[in-house]
Design a protein around this ligand. Structure first.
Ligand SMILES: [Zn+2]
Length: 364
């Protein structure tokens, strides 16, 4: 098995196309064609983790955060990033990062946090825009079903708990084959009139290339007429953060205690309590100050995230409690999730969970 194949298995469920533009995801070092010895899952691919991979004879590190984030102009080992990269390169260890591609999945970083906190009726807090597309094509009636089947096979027409969704309407198509054309139906130089079906399907953005490939493969015309539109409505499962509800309203102080126990925290930084029970909870794993206004607008009683600054704690006003539970702590379930996903998919190779806690923040 090649490292490239492991990457394909990861990206089947977590396509990189939903990563944020500022991010640096995917393969960061190493040769994708190299033969896999085994996988090491970590949160941060820092030097001690590279050492662990060497000791365990694993040559592919799957990391949550990208160790290489900003462009570099030299590689001399002058800081912790370069030290890790140089050691990985010298030892033929490939490093891969998934980061915001996983943040933007409803089952991802925030989804895992919401699940462990037992939130019900969950939905994505900040849906990503431009994630849904529509394909419209025109097919001779006799060939319509074959084309529809192929579009479904490529993943078009899946909406929530339904698949094979499409809308179909019959009408009249016209065309005139020109000199060197090889028309499936009709004569050169004469306008042809054909009864056609207009098939329309929606699909998530990352499937577009595959869906168009299946369309062109199965459509009988030499020139396939089709249109792809970006939709204004969002894919409900793609975006940052999760909002949900507690089964019953809970006293604020009791909830902070539960939060501390569940997430195994030594402290929580939080804004003033409001003196009324909590019901609606918004979570966003990792740095989440950008989501404060959305959580508030969605009616959250508490927003659980990390990396909040002094002034951020004022922004809940008297409506919403802000709770900073720590960056690593808010993302703590990610490593195990990646481990379980890969263990399910790769049976004949070692997949190891790094034993190193890479959280750089300590509490005294
Ligand atoms: Zn993070």
């Amino acid at each position: 098995m090649q490292i490239r194949e492991v990457i394909q298995l990861i990206e089947q469920d977590i396509p990189l196309s939903y990563a944020e533009d500022f991010d640096n995801v995917g393969l960061l070092t190493g040769n994708p064609e190299a033969t896999l010895k085994g996988v090491l899952i970590t949160h941060d691919a820092i030097e001690p983790v590279i050492d662990e991979a060497i000791a365990k004879d694993l040559n592919f590190i799957v990391s949550f955060h990208p160790i290489l984030f900003k462009g570099i102009k030299s590689l001399t080992g002058k800081n912790y990033v370069e030290k890790a990269l140089i050691k990985a390169l010298k030892n033929d260890i490939a490093i891969y990062a998934i980061h915001t591609a996983l943040d933007n999945q409803s089952f991802g970083v925030s989804g895992l946090l919401a699940k462990h906190l037992g939130l019900l009726n969950t939905r994505v807090l900040i849906p990503q825009s431009g994630t849904l597309r529509q394909l419209v094509t025109y097919v001779p009636i006799a060939d319509a079903e074959k084309v529809r089947q192929n579009l479904f096979k490529a993943g078009a027409g899946t909406i929530g708990k339904y698949d094979q969704c499409s809308f179909n309407i019959q009408g009249t198509g016209t065309y005139r084959p020109l000199e060197s054309a090889q028309p499936y139906l009709g004569e050169i130089g004469q306008r042809h009139v054909e009864s056609e079906e207009r098939i329309s399907v929606i699909f998530p953005r990352h499937l577009q290339a595959e869906i168009v490939k299946h369309l062109l493969m199965s459509h009988p015309y030499e020139e396939v007429a089709y249109e792809v539109f970006t939709l204004e409505n969002n894919h409900p499962e793609i975006g940052m953060g999760i909002i949900g509800e507690l089964p019953v309203p809970v006293d604020e102080e009791d909830y902070l205690k539960t939060l501390k126990t569940t997430l195994n925290l030594s402290c929580i930084r939080h804004s003033a309590l409001r003196g009324k029970p909590l019901k609606k909870v918004a979570v966003l794993g990792g740095s989440g100050s950008f989501g404060i206004d959305m959580a508030k607008a969605a009616g959250a009683d508490i927003y659980i995230t990390s990396d909040l600054k002094y002034h951020d704690f004022f922004r809940g006003e008297s409506q919403m409690i802000l709770a900073d539970v720590g960056h690593y702590e808010s993302e703590q379930y990610t490593k195990m999730f990646l481990f379980e996903q890969l263990t399910k998919k790769i049976r004949n190779f070692a997949v190891a969970l790094s034993e190193i806690n890479t959280n750089p923040i300590n509490y005294f």
